[in-house]
Design a protein around this ligand. Sequence first.
Ligand code: SF4
Length: 327
Amino acid sequence: MRRIEAGSYYSYLPKGCKLCRRGAKLTLFVTGICKNSCFYCPVSRQKIGKDVFFANEREVKSINDFLAEIESMSAEGVAITGGEPFLKLERVKEFARISKELGLHVHVYTSIPVKGELLEKVDVDEIRFHPPELKNVERYFDSIKEAKELGIDAGFEIPAISFEAKIVEIANELDAFLNVNQLEASESNWFALEERGFKIEDYYVENFEVVKLYEKAKKFHYCTARFKDSVQFRRRLIRMAMNHPEFYLVTRDGTLLFTRIEGNLDVAEKILKKAKIEYMRFEDCIETSLEVANCNLKDVLKSQNLKVAIAERYPTVNRTLIELTWV
Ligand code: SF4
């Protein structure tokens, strides 16, 4: 087994996971609708059961939203997820096709044992099957076999809730991969996990005995919750942050430091233009170099009734503020 960041390790890493590790994978949440009701379902209450469509944090109303998100993070791969993606087959087909035309790697998650004919209709490189609550795993045998015959890398992706020997047997017999995810606790599954006796620590459940048993799979990968936050998410943020204009200061966490100006933005724009300072204008504020808040220009701006702050935010589409200090 090869150990990687944040407690994760593997003997086989599917390409989708390699891209994810580099923060280069865009998550395309094609719908929140799903016919299952797994007790550990991690999908948020705002999304589950609703036909919502997101590319990372960006709502997708048109193909352009998807393309903008690809560009914002210089994505190299797309993970199609949900809900149950195959309940929105046309969306999966269309967005997988666009992704492939752009040269991106595509992997899809599903709990439906989709077979050859349907698989042929969606152009994906990799498929990951999740048997709801790890029941009826035999149903996925033919799906994995047929996917592999079509040249699609295939396997199981399951949460570490319990050991099901059949999953390992099928994976090994078909030379398929097995991704085991550390169980994450969130507002949507917290009580269900507690009710079943799972011990939650820091928003995740350690279940080492179960994980160890799954190591019998020849193509095995264990992904921790910490890995998702401290590696995958942080690296995606850094990629997004680096695609911003140079005046933003990029932190090690992939957040942006800058000066934020609020008030009459036309007035602020005139002052910055005159001083030949680069900036970005949004509906609610102007963002410019951190230096502006630390030099005399700040006083000029404030003398015009403009509010000036040192700010830190995420580089994501919603520009979520982390900290704001008025100067
Ligand atoms: S199949 Fe996936 S999305 Fe559907 S309920 Fe189970 S965990 Fe949630």
